[in-house]
Design a protein around this ligand. Structure first.
Ligand code: ADP
Ligand code: ZN
Length: 604
């Protein structure tokens, strides 16, 4: 295991193994089959990549996602690990060359699409090389009970059986109910495997539910404070087109993705987002499978998805690098109707199961308990905490304020104005505005004139909206909307009924309220301006080399550089994510940028 640590440091530039990685690697190196069940972002890849480097022969990785293979292989090459992929995107000349290299032992790791295992010619190749390990990524694809069954996965066990020497078989997935887990072990024919399940909790993700009918406004405000990468999921293609158009119109850098676009458009759009050429991706749930961008800082659901499985998977695309990220669900009652409509119009007769899942999803949006705990319990875990301290419910306090007196003033003012005017004029009268219109109508003589002069107009308008939402007022008339009292208003005016507002407030001291976090990620003080300088440099290098920026260095790595300002090779190699090969490639460039920045700063 000492050697495994050295590999971790030398190639990947990481100091410590994450939870679960070490024991999986240890069992593989012992020659055992393994099944690793770990949530997205936990770091499954390293669990097979490190043994692959250490084992004497070649590791074959079966992965269902062709679009991911290139990035994964590019990433490994960046770390200095010889790797390649074999899939349908290769031209026949490239294919020939790749096979030639494979039989000459050029690579340590070879990614293949499962369909490739159907081809006799490829199987013959496997039998002339020394295969030390067979790794099955997204192993749940072998099971019909998983959410993306791939028939070709059923061939894997046979292919392994036909090899002249049985390799170690390691398999990984993020989703596994008991039934899927048993299927994986049986159908991949794992031999008394070591099974490791780390919890499903993603501590770096902050979960939020916002009850909102003004979603666009929410997004606009949110984006003002967030210039990092994020995804906004919408329910329909039409929603996507519409939101995309609005955000582009406001000048945001935004891509879109849905099933109605052709393959080329989708590929371009995905690439723009992956390579940080655009900041925001607006998409339907068609977007996601096969995206491996680790620095997504927020995932906003513009509409409530149909169940928590979908939600957790989509939201889970945020923060794969382990840095803090936000998952926000914008919920309105219309979302329920849309989902019900979808269920009703789906094929099949018995929709009870779908309705039950939808109902759990709605409960998630309405609960005032810890959101994280709700999710984990839904997936069958028994968390030991009641408050995670990192979700909108744990971070907010419910404040109840009594606005009976204000309500009486407003309602009686409207009554005195004979209920024939809009909210603006009512507000002006309560505020005591001295306008010609008010004088003409003699409202300055009413006893309620100026009775709320100590409140801002916005606050008075908020009260009016609230009274309408609670059914004490109603807006009538289309062209000139006026606010009128409803019968319920009498209860407040004459029968002593209290008006109480329940409001959620975000607590200010967020950071201190994180009781169940284990402090894996130390808070470091990052020089924001330097971080930006390094980000620009990273983008430049990525463009020159035609690889996604996060493959050059992760955000985490840049942040550490911006905090510790490494100036020598030794200091640089201490930064998490800087291995020897990457140092050779980019170390000097980044040290120079840091040096220039520091000198400039000191000369003031
Ligand atoms: P998964 O496949 O489980 O979703 P990945 O293998 O893509 O996750 O890993 C997620 C991120 O975490 C990657 O950027 C990876 O480099 C990083 N990572 C993995 N292991 C470690 C570690 N021990 N220390 C620091 N970062 C790590
Ligand atoms: Zn919580």
């Amino acid at each position: 295991m000492i050697e495994a640590r050295e590999v971790l440091k030398k190639y990947f530039g990481y100091e410590e193994f994450r939870s679960g990685q070490e024991s999986i690697i240890e069992h593989i190196l012992n020659g055992e089959d393994v099944l690793g069940i770990m949530p997205t972002g936990a770091g499954k890849s390293i669990c097979y990549q490190i043994p692959a480097v250490m084992l004497s022969g070649i590791t074959i990785v079966v992965s269902p996602l062709i679009s991911l293979m290139k990035d994964q292989v590019d990433g490994l090459k960046e770390f200095g690990i010889p790797a390649t992929f074999v899939n349908s995107t290769l031209s026949s000349a490239e294919y020939e060359q790749t096979i030639e290299n494979i039989v000459h032992d050029v690579y340590k790791i070879i990614y293949v699409a499962p369909e490739r295992l159907e081809q006799e010619a490829f199987l013959n190749v496997l039998n002339v090389i020394d295969v030390s390990m067979f790794t099955i990524d997204e192993a749940h694809c072998v099971s019909q009970w998983g959410h993306d069954f791939r028939p070709s996965y059923r061939l894997i066990a046979d292919v392994i059986k036909k090899l002249k020497k049985r390799p170690i078989v390691s398999s990984f997935t993020a989703t596994a109910t008991q039934i899927v887990k048993n299927d994986i072990i049986k159908l991949l024919d794992l031999h008394s495997p070591f099974v490791l399940t780390t919890g499903f909790d993603r501590q770096n993700l902050k979960f939020k539910v916002e009850n909102s009918t003004k979603k666009l406004e929410y997004i606009q405000n949110y984006l003002k404070g967030h210039s990092n990468s994020g995804i906004i999921y919408c329910f329909t293609r039409k929603n996507v087109d519409c939101l995309h158009q609005k955000l582009s119109g406001m000048g945001y850098s935004v891509s879109k993705y849905h099933g109605g676009m052709n393959e080329k458009e989708r590929a371009e759009s995905q690439e723009d987002f992956t390579y940080d050429r655009t900041q925001i991706m607006v998409a339907t749930n068609a977007f996601g499978m096969g995206i491996d961008k680790s620095n997504i800082r927020f995932v906003i659901h513009y509409n409530m998805p149909k169940d928590l499985e979908s939600y957790y998977q989509e939201a889970g695309r945020a923060g794969r690098d382990g840095e803090e990220a936000e998952c926000i669900l914008l919920f309105s009652r219309a979302d329920i109707v849309d989902n019900q409509f979808l269920i009703e119009n789906a094929s099949g007769e018995n929709h009870a199961n779908e309705y039950e899942k939808l109902s759990d999803m709605i409960d998630y949006c309405n609960t005032d308990k810890c959101l994280r705990k709700y999710i984990l319990e839904y997936f069958g875990e028994r968390p030991e905490f009641d408050n995670c301290g990192n979700c909108s419910n744990c971070l907010s306090t419910i404040e109840i304020s009594d606005i009976t007196e204000e309500s009486q003033k407003i309602l009686s003012c409207i009554k005195r104005m004979k209920g024939n005017f809009g909210a603006s004029l009512v507000t002006d009268v309560l505020k005591g505005a001295n306008t010609e219109r008010i004088r003409k109508l003699h409202f300055d003589g009413l006893s309620t004139y100026g009775i709320m002069k100590n409140y801002t107009k916005e606050t008075i308008k908020d009260f009016i909206s609230y009274l309408e939402a609670e059914g004490y007022l109603q807006t009538v008339g289309n062209e000139y909307p006026i606010v009128a009292l409803t019968e319920n208003a009498n209860d407040v005016l004459f029968h002593g009924k209290q008006v109480l507002v329940k409001k959620k407030f975000e607590k200010m001291d967020e950071k201190e309220k994180t009781p169940h976090r284990l402090g894996t990620q130390e808070e470091i003080e990052v020089d924001g301006a330097l971080f930006e300088v390094l980000r620009v440099l990273r983008l430049k290098i990525a463009r020159e080399n035609n690889i996604p920026p996060f493959i050059v260095f992760a955000d985490t790595t840049l942040k550490q550089m911006a905090a510790f300002c490494p100036k020598t090779r030794e200091e640089m190699l201490k930064i998490s994510g800087v291995g020897e090969v990457k140092f050779e490639k980019y170390g000097e460039d980044f040290m120079r940028a840091i040096k220039e920045y520091s000198e400039e700063k000191c000369s003031y």
